[in-house]
Design a protein around this ligand. Structure first.
Ligand code: HEM
Length: 410
């Protein structure tokens, strides 16, 4: 039997084209291997990815619904992070609907105007600071100067965290951002999640007061009826929002800047035509696809899927990048096309019951980040000519992460 490709590192983060097309040539669903998990399957077409994410009777998130006992991860979780399994991202219906219902209600009450204002205000402050630093040092790293900070600050506003907590979170979550795909990397992450959980727990207690603002306070206020969130459910929701909404947006902003630095003509086009920025963001979500895959689904029963035989409990990863680059849906899919008429059909935000809850916020943040950068630092360019290359990708499974992305004034 042919050696299985490794899902963690056989698809190049910078140039995924060859790897994805090679997989697609093998069929719509392909067996691969993965560190700690062993044999898994991956979808390689739009149709198979959509089926995996939407056919709830065939594919589930909770092991118990696939005839298995235990946790969805194949190693013991320390008690400090076990509560994460109570988050709605891990649940099937009806538990998922119940928990997401709380968050949907709280989200609907959060002010879009306040989030847009925060996105613009933080973008202005950070872009001006980066430009100043670049002036003094000859160049600046977009990751440390902007893309890591801005989404975290906006999420903090959404949740109602005071400013001092934002910086602390960034510190706690460092191992997550720096993670390379190794078993040791995964255990370091669990450690940092444990530290951050304790911090959230201590701090959340201060929210039970009349003046508290933000989504956590809304969740606390929704607790008046008979159906109440447990302490673990509450913590899991907060943590899910921080993880889901911080890192992911960082990768999108990085992808957009990388593209503009490589294509100055696009930068000039967007400066002259800011009304095209939303279309640019949508095509960037499709073409760059910040999360190339999301959490696995489990086969609910023994069944055939995309030409392979699955057993109940087998793990299948939906490749969002493969869906977004499927020629059956997107013409000339590996080309970035600002005028693509069906870009919005992309699956960068997933599909089905777990589709991304933060998508309106992402669009607001990306619009603000790009508009402010193009307006306040119009002559930015790639910081070429140094000892190191001006950008470097990182080998992170499922995410298109950079190590750095350096820019300067012309
Ligand atoms: C570019 C940025 C983002 C991308 C690419 C992204 C992508 C995704 C994807 C692919 C999923 C589906 C997960 C699955 O099916 O297992 C998801 C779910 C989710 N996202 Fe996002 N996301 C982004 C930003 C955000 C933001 C800013 C927030 C919150 C403020 C957020 C909150 C969530 C939540 C809570 C879920 C779980 C939904 C559920 O299980 O019902 N995301 N996201």
């Amino acid at each position: 039997m042919a050696k299985l490709l490794n899902f963690a590192n056989d698809i190049d983060t910078e140039h995924p084209h060859a790897g994805i097309e090679a997989l697609r040539a093998l069929g719509p669903v392909v067996p691969m291997k993965m560190p700690l998990m062993g044999k898994i399957h991956v979808t390689t077409t739009y149709e198979a990815t959509a089926a995996l994410l939407t056919q709830r009777e065939r594919f589930v998130s909770e092991p118990k619904n696939a005839g298995k006992s235990g946790s969805p991860v194949p190693f013991p979780l320390p008690p400090s992070v076990r509560y994460l399994m109570d988050g709605f991202i891990q649940k099937d219906e009806p538990d998922h609907r119940r928990l997401r219902g709380f968050v949907d209600k709280a989200f609907a009450k959060s002010s879009v105007t306040a989030l847009a204002e925060a996105s613009y205000d933080h973008s202005i402050e950070l872009v001006d600071r980066m430009k100043g630093t670049a002036g003094q040092n000859g160049g600046v790293d977009y990751l440390t100067g902007f893309s890591t900070l801005m989404p975290m600050r906006v999420i903090s506003v959404l949740l109602g965290f005071p400013p001092h907590m934002q910086e602390r979170f960034l510190e706690w979550m460092k191992p997550l951002r720096q993670m390379e795909v190794t078993p040791w990397g995964i255990f370091r992450i669990l450690g940092s999640v444990g530290t951050a959980s304790k911090g959230i727990e201590t701090w959340s207690k201060t929210l039970v007061n009349a003046d508290a603002q933000g989504l956590i306070a809304e969740l606390v206020n929704l607790q008046e009826g008979t159906d109440r969130l447990s302490a673990n459910e509450m913590k899991a929701i907060v943590f899910t929002l921080i993880i889901a909404g911080g890192e992911t947006t960082t990768h999108l902003l990085n992808g957009a800047l990388w593209y503009l630095l490589k294509h100055p003509e696009m930068k000039e086009h967007l400066r002259a035509n800011p009304a095209d920025i939303p279309g640019f963001v949508e095509e960037m979500l499709r073409w760059f696809c910040p999360l190339t895959t999301t959490k696995p689904r489990l086969s609910a029963c023994d069944q055939d899927f995309g030409g392979v035989r699955l057993k109940a409990g087998d793990m299948i990863f939906p490749s969002l990048l493969a869906a977004n680059t499927d020629e059956a849906v997107f013409t000339d899919p590996w080309t970035f096309d600002l005028k693509r008429s069906n870009a919005v059909q992309h699956m960068a935000f997933g599909s089905g019951i777990h589709n991304c809850l933060g998508r309106p916020l992402v669009r607001i943040e990306a619009q603000a980040a790009l508009e402010v950068l193009l307006d306040r630092w119009p002559d930015f360019q790639a910081d070429e000519g140094g000892k190191e290359p001006w950008y470097m990708f990182k080998n992170t499974m499922g995410r298109r992460s950079f190590k750095w992305l350096r820019m300067r004034s012309a």
